[in-house]
Design a protein around this ligand. Structure first.
Ligand code: ATP
Ligand code: MG
Length: 500
């Protein structure tokens, strides 16, 4: 049974039951108030005592009364009486005439043997012309006139009409009631049905349709928002589910795509040093390296390539472990200023040999404590400095380090005056294997993993890494780390990062 049918049935049932309850309550109330069901009858009795006959009946009665007063003997004339009775019959009433204790005329309409006994006695004053009587359960109203025949015998003429209050009411009101009931039923049902269809069945249909869509793998649709009721909530939940599903499907497709890309990148990057190594070894085998110097050179190249390869595999391994969140971070309080002091001390001699100045630009006076994994931050800094020296083209080369501290974040800037990064490359810089075009062709090598590893590390700290660069004049790399608060813990990371 569909919801529609169920609703239709339940509405009808509700209406019928409530109407029944209403009538039951009404009759119980009457009984309680008046003591018995017949009290209805008393009400009608009074009513019909006042107006026992209809207008037509009344006019016939007046004609008969006229006869009784003026020509009473006419009321013995059967054919005349029959004529009048016939007229009365057409309006459902009957005629009764008596003379002393004999019945002169009784309309066939009544077919009531008890009738005679129930009629009132003579009252020549005609003090009560209109009244009612009942025979058993049947109820009659009449108008009567008592008179004297010409020979002095008492006579009465009655115009009687059966007035069964219940049957009367029923006969007159029932069709109206039934029509009314049916009308109410139909209207109520139609209204409720339309309302429910609109607010329940249609949204459900839409939901079913969407569910079918999803089953067939089509997630590219949007459920329009509907009402605020339970159905609306269901709708919303469904729509959320669909969006989630779509996102996860898209994410999976993207993942798959990037995994394919990763594999092809890896195989490409691995192949280059391996091909080189193979080439030199073949050279040695074929006797191209015929002098000890040449041999030395070849072996050194092979060694260098093997080191490159080792580094690449190492970076790849680290990157994928960071990506899978399999590298544990060991956080500890680190004074970022003295940490950078150490880095500069360690590197600046080497760099000076290459003609590069590495120094503080802006060293904070006080110590700035951050929560960091020392080893990994060092890796990041080395990576950034390595990039800076790799992409250096000016005669006066320098790398400047600054620390800026706000209450929540410490931001490190490493600035060089190198070749800079083209604007269109900046958004991709931290993607794995990404190398800006000019470095791709140059001899700087590199796999393009350095900055993506740096990003994984900084994000693992809850910090952020970003770049500002002007092509031709230099690059600034920034990263932020959460500062340690007074309680000794790191602040929560949901605060805005400094560069936003
Ligand atoms: N300081 C910089 N100046 C100019 N370009 C830079 C600088 N730092 C990075 N880049 C550009 O960003 C690219 C990505 O850098 P990243 O460190 O990720 O890779 P890489 O240095 O090429 O390789 P790897 O670090 O794995 O040896 C570089 O190839 C280079 O084009
Ligand atoms: Mg690098």
């Amino acid at each position: 049974m569909s919801i529609r049918v169920k609703l239709l049935l339940s509405y009808t049932g509700m209406l019928v039951i409530s109407l029944l309850m209403f009538f039951l309550a009404a009759s119980l109330f009457t009984i309680a108030a008046t003591g018995d069901i017949h009290s209805f009858r008393d009400f009608y009795k009074v009513h019909y005592q006042l107006n026992p006959l209809t207008e037509q009946e009344e006019s016939i009665f007046l004609e008969l009364k006229y006869f009784a007063k003026n020509e009473p003997d006419k009321l013995l004339d059967k054919s005349l009486l029959q004529d009048y009775d016939f007229k009365l019959k057409t309006v459902r009433a009957g005629l009764y005439v008596r003379r002393e204790s004999n019945q002169v005329f009784e309309s066939l309409t009544f077919n009531q043997p008890e009738l005679e006994k129930s009629l009132p006695p003579y009252d020549l004053n005609n003090s009560q012309i209109r009244n009612t009587f009942n025979i058993g359960e049947r109820f009659y109203a009449y108008a009567k006139f008592d008179f004297l025949y010409s020979d002095g015998a008492k006579g009465s003429v009655f115009v009687i009409r059966e007035r069964s209050p219940f049957s009367e009411v029923t006969r007159r009101l029932l069709p109206i009631l039934v029509c009314l009931l049916l009308g109410v039923l139909i209207v109520a049902n139609v209204l409720l049905y339309r309302w429910i269809t609109r607010s329940v069945v249609k949204p459900l249909d839409r939901l079913r349709h969407s569910a079918e869509n999803i089953k067939e793998g089509n997630l590219d649709f949007a459920l329009p928002e509907s009402s605020k009721d339970e159905i609306g909530q269901l709708n919303e939940a469904f729509e959320n589910m669909r969006r989630r599903l779509q996102e996860s499907v898209q994410l999976r497709l993207q993942d798959e795509e990037s995994r394919k890309e990763l594999i092809s990148n890896i195989s490409h990057d691995l192949r280059t040093p391996i091909t080189n190594i193979k080439g030199y070894i073949e050279g040695i085998r074929d006797g191209v390296a015929d002098t000890p110097e040449k041999m030395d050179k070849y072996v050194n190249i092979i060694y260098a390539k093997a080191v490159d390869l080792d580094k690449l595999v190492d970076e790849l391994f680290l990157y994928s472990k960071l990506d899978l969140k399999q590298v544990p971070f060991t956080f500890e309080p680190v004074d970022i200023t003295s940490f950078l002091d150490d880095c500069i001390d360690e590197l600046h001699y080497d760099l000076e040999e290459k003609g590069i100045r590495l120094q503080w630009e802006q060293r904070p006076q006080e110590s700035v404590a951050v929560i960091a994994d020392l080893e990994k931050i060092k890796r990041t800094v080395l990576n950034i400095i390595e990039n800076a020296q790799k992409f250096m083209d000016k005669p006066d080369k320098h790398i400047l380090v600054s620390v800026m501290a706000d209450p929540k974040w410490a931001t490190v800037e490493i600035k060089d005056n190198g070749i800079g990064i083209p604007e269109e490359a900046i958004p991709h810089l931290f993607e794995r294997f990404y190398r800006a075009e000019q470095s791709r062709n140059s001899s700087t090598g590199g796999s393009g993993l350095g900055l993506s590893i740096a990003r994984q590390i900084i994000e693992g700290h809850g910090g952020e890494i970003w770049v500002k660069s002007k092509q031709g004049s230099g690059t600034s790399l920034f990263f932020s780390l959460p500062r340690m608060n007074q309680q000794g813990g790191a602040d929560t990371y949901d605060d805005a990062h400094p560069h936003h």
